[in-house]
Design a binder for this molecule. Structure first.
Ligand SMILES: *Cc1c(COP(=O)(O)O)cnc(C)c1O
Length: 400
């Protein structure tokens, strides 16, 4: 049967994880020990973690309405801000970089800025020390969007402990999964307590909980290369054949895509059991990634993003920026539909999604990043032989 490598290195859910009714430890305690972070609040998604973070900050700064986010990120981030009546402000990236453009950020930040969202993409840790200076000047909060980077560290500390608030995602494909889930915390004791209290006030929605529980059971059976051909590969190919890249990568969100409720206990227990395999999962992923990054660095016209000094990444996938758009399109033309775990992360800059096209933006670098980047899965199922066949295609196109 044809194999389909998933686009990220998701942690599998084993049958024994599902049979968890009397565990001795809860997921929040477990994560706080594993990551050495304050015992976090658990939410039904990363997006809802961001919503609670913003509502909590808004109580402290009720006159501030604007939230600055990268102009290339998950569209749910912008939708979350709009859902609670705040205004997303799009900051461009530096050219061919995952960092916010500081000149643009400086222009956008003012006394109406409630928070600046800095994003740790692809299991990496970004350096936002200069963003902190701008934030301090305007007494603006920093939220670390670490949705993709649970387990990443800077100076041997978990990501998320430098800004004011941080969150991880437990959606499918982000590593540890509870079929949608979020992990929210703050290094400030008082702010952290407010987050915990506010998450407790979220409603329990049984129909969503049942749906997600079934999805989690489905994931445990079908997150493997043969089944993913039907559940991931074929729908992807169908959408691409219809020239719908947004649907192909699952970026077709709107305001109705964000249910707000609590994370059910059973699902969090399943994730708690699976989390025991995380340290090894991260370590293997990093070893695999480092070797492949070293090889990719030999290619002309390509930049592969790597750890910066003093940080350790978890590398759920490798993110690559290509010097020109023609090469990018050739690469994706040959590899996107091959079941080898090559895809785009976010296919558009934020204001180029139909659901967000009303947002004013002047963000040429983010537009370019969307057009000239792609990702290579770091799944265990992408073995060395697969990777070498990908490398050969890249080499041929990039050297031509
Ligand atoms: C996935 C993602 C989110 C949203 O997390 P969910 O758990 O899917 O709601 C936010 N930011 C980034 C960068 C993401 O990749």
């Amino acid at each position: 049967m044809k194999k389909e490598i998933p686009p990220t290195n998701g942690l599998t859910v084993e049958l024994s994880d599902l049979l968890s009714f009397h565990s001795t430890m809860d997921l929040a305690t477990r994560l706080s020990q594993l990551l050495n972070i304050p015992k976090p609040a658990l939410t039904c998604s990363g997006t809802v973690a961001l919503i609670v973070a913003l509502q909590t900050l808004q109580k402290r700064q009720p006159n501030r309405q604007e939230v600055i986010i990268p102009a290339w990120t998950c569209p749910l981030v912008a939708l979350a801000i709009e859902k609670i009546g705040l205004i997303p402000i799009l900051c461009d990236l530096e050219q061919a970089s995952l960092n916010l453009d500081l000149c643009h950020l400086q222009q956008l930040t003012n006394t109406n800025t409630l928070a600046i969202v800095v994003t740790h993409f692809a299991g990496l840790v970004c350096d936002f020390s200069l963003v902190q200076e701008i934030a301090q000047h305007y007494q603006t909060f920093i939220i670390e969007d670490a949705a993709q980077s649970m387990g990443a560290t800077v100076s041997q500390q978990s990501v998320g402990l430098i800004g004011d608030i941080a969150f991880f995602s437990m959606a499918f494909g982000k590593g540890l999964s509870s079929a949608e889930g979020g992990v929210l915390f703050s290094r400030h004791i008082d702010l952290h307590q407010d987050l915990i209290n506010n998450v407790k006030k979220l409603p329990v929605l049984r129909s969503w909980e049942i749906r997600r529980s079934l999805e989690l059971i489905g994931y445990s059976f079908f997150y493997r290369p043969t089944a993913l051909t039907f559940l991931y590969g074929n729908p992807l190919r169908k959408a691409l054949n219809n020239h719908d890249e947004i649907a192909a990568v699952g970026d077709d969100f709107d305001l109705n895509s964000i249910p707000v409720h609590q994370l059910g206990k059973w699902r969090s227990q399943v994730a708690m059991r699976a989390s025991k395999r995380l340290p090894e999962h991260w370590q293997h992923a990093r070893t695999r990634a480092k070797k492949r990054i070293a090889q990719l660095k030999l290619l002309p016209n390509l930049h592969v993003f790597d750890e910066f000094t003093n940080t350790r990444a978890t590398f759920p996938f490798l993110i690559c920026h290509v010097d020109n758009q023609v090469f990018t399109e050739k690469i994706l033309g040959e590899l996107w539909q091959e079941g080898l775990g090559i895809t785009r992360l976010f296919v558009r800059s934020i204001s180029h999604y139909p659901a967000l096209s009303h947002i004013q933006a002047d963000t040429p670098n983010a537009i370019q990043f969307a057009a000239q980047s792609f990702t290579i899965s770091n799944s265990v199922w992408l073995d060395d032989q697969h990777f070498q066949s990908i490398f050969k295609v890249l080499e041929r196109i990039l050297s031509s």
